[in-house]
Design a protein around this ligand. Structure first.
Ligand SMILES: Nc1ncnc2c1ncn2[C@@H]1O[C@H](COP(=O)(O)OP(=O)(O)O)[C@@H](O)[C@H]1O
Ligand code: SF4
Ligand SMILES: [Mg+2]
Length: 396
């Protein structure tokens, strides 16, 4: 196979950013994540859990982050929200946040110019959290305070971040928030243990919405819930987004579920984004063999039946990543160059999607891919590890 290698030149960078933003209101980007890398330090070495990740999030957009456990999703989310604690450290990158004009008006900065979240002072960070960005975690039982009722927890956030609000206004706002997420107001004085799992997660979303943030990061918010409640919460999130206009970074290992809720999806593997596209594009034709594997790892609730094939092997140990493409020991399409050169995330000619895979190094195939991922045909010598490895079918 003849390879036409494109270097990480400024041109490729510009094209990549264009691909990230064309599909969703180019001018209206709320978060621009640029070249973020995060390491966990240990006594002997440092493990790079997030490696040179860039993406742009448009206002009102739901961006899904998917990947197996250990691919770096939570580390990336915590880096964006400035929640990382040692031994984790952001070693490079910027997280540029652009407030919408009405949010900026009347604030100290009173500007819509982007600010680098990673450079905020502790005081600026306190003002940024909840008002601009809030988070919903996997287990509401862990993030909610077990000894305070839901009303008191909403009140705490309002009191701390909107000190000018009167007690009466805070109470009214608490009732309004519960109604927004479908909880009856008479639950205001319920404690977390008195609510079902779904209601606790709704309460966590209500608290996250308290100060009308522009961006909410949801890290596996429905993973602990049964499938029916999971879908109710997903419908609630999209409905709230439509009504309130916030943006969401929605993290899950379940790609099929993500395609139902997200406008765009970025797939992470070993700390890197390996494919990024609209949900419709990924659903119609995943390009990265790993994306294909993820899509064939979970049953779809609605839609046509698919054969679940899973992904052979397990995610790599970040302390000893395979050479070249980190996915090559598990990839049925691996060929020589995959074992020596790491593929760059490059945009396709259509401008809305990017993929990091040597199968698309040839610009012609990038513009009109004809690779049938259901039918691996090794190009050179098959990868030793991928040959004969049984699919696990369990991407967690
Ligand atoms: N507290 C920690 N100390 C050291 N390494 C960690 C720690 N937390 C996560 N990691 C490393 O970061 C990688 C990514 O973890 P994480 O961001 O939690 O992945 P995900 O959310 O995709 O499951 C893990 O595979 C692990 O190697
Ligand atoms: S074909 Fe090569 S570059 Fe593409 S995913 Fe497989 S191993 Fe990686
Ligand atoms: Mg996680």
């Amino acid at each position: 196979m003849q390879l036409v290698r494109r270097s990480a030149s400024d041109n490729a960078e510009a094209a990549h950013r264009a691909a990230e933003t064309t599909s969703a209101a180019q001018a209206d980007i709320v978060l621009d994540v640029r070249h973020v890398s995060v390491e966990y330090a240990s006594a002997s070495s440092a493990v790079r859990a997030v490696d040179d990740v860039s993406f742009a999030l448009a206002r009102g957009q739901i961006l899904g982050l998917a990947g197996e456990s250990g691919s770096g999703k939570t580390t990336l989310a915590n880096a964006i929200a400035r929640l990382l604690r040692p031994p984790a450290r952001v070693v490079q990158g910027e997280v540029l946040y652009s407030p919408r004009p009405e949010k900026a008006a009347g604030t100290r900065e009173a500007t819509t110019a982007p600010v680098d979240v990673l450079a905020l002072t502790p005081d600026e960070l306190r003002a940024f959290r909840w008002r601009r960005l809030s988070m919903v975690f996997q287990s509401a039982m862990n993030s909610l305070n077990p000894v305070l009722d839901i009303g008191a927890q909403i009140d705490d956030v309002l009191q701390a971040h909107a000190p000018s609000m009167s007690r009466k206004s805070r109470q009214e706002r608490a009732v309004e928030l519960l109604q927004l997420v479908g909880i009856a107001p008479d639950r205001l004085h319920s404690f977390p243990h008195e609510l079902s799992g779904g209601m606790r997660q709704r309460a966590a979303i209500a608290i996250a919405l308290a100060l009308d943030p522009e961006l909410i990061i949801m890290d596996e918010p429905t993973t602990a819930l049964d499938v029916v409640v999971q879908r109710e919460i997903l419908a609630e999130i999209t409905d709230l987004r439509d009504r309130l206009g916030f943006s969401v970074i929605f993290i899950t290992h379940d790609l099929s579920l993500l395609l139902e809720i997200a406008d765009r999806v970025a797939i992470m593997y070993a700390g890197r984004i390996v494919e990024s596209a609209t949900s419709a594009e990924l659903h119609a034709q995943p390009r990265h063999p790993y994306t294909y594997g993820l899509l064939h790892s979970f049953p779809k609730v609605p839609g046509q039946r698919i054969t679940l094939t899973g992904i052979p092997g397990s995610p790599p140990d970040l302390r000893a990543l395979p050479s070249g493409c980190a996915f090559h020991p598990r990839c049925a399409f691996a060929f020589d160059v995959c074992r020596s050169a790491s593929p760059e995330l490059l945009p396709s000619a259509c401008g809305t999607r990017s993929v990091a895979c040597h199968l698309y190094d040839d610009p012609d195939s990038a513009s009109s891919p004809v690779i049938d991922l259901s039918n691996p045909k090794p190009r050179d010598v098959p990868s030793e590890a991928s040959a004969g490895t049984a699919p696990t079918g369990d991407p967690q």
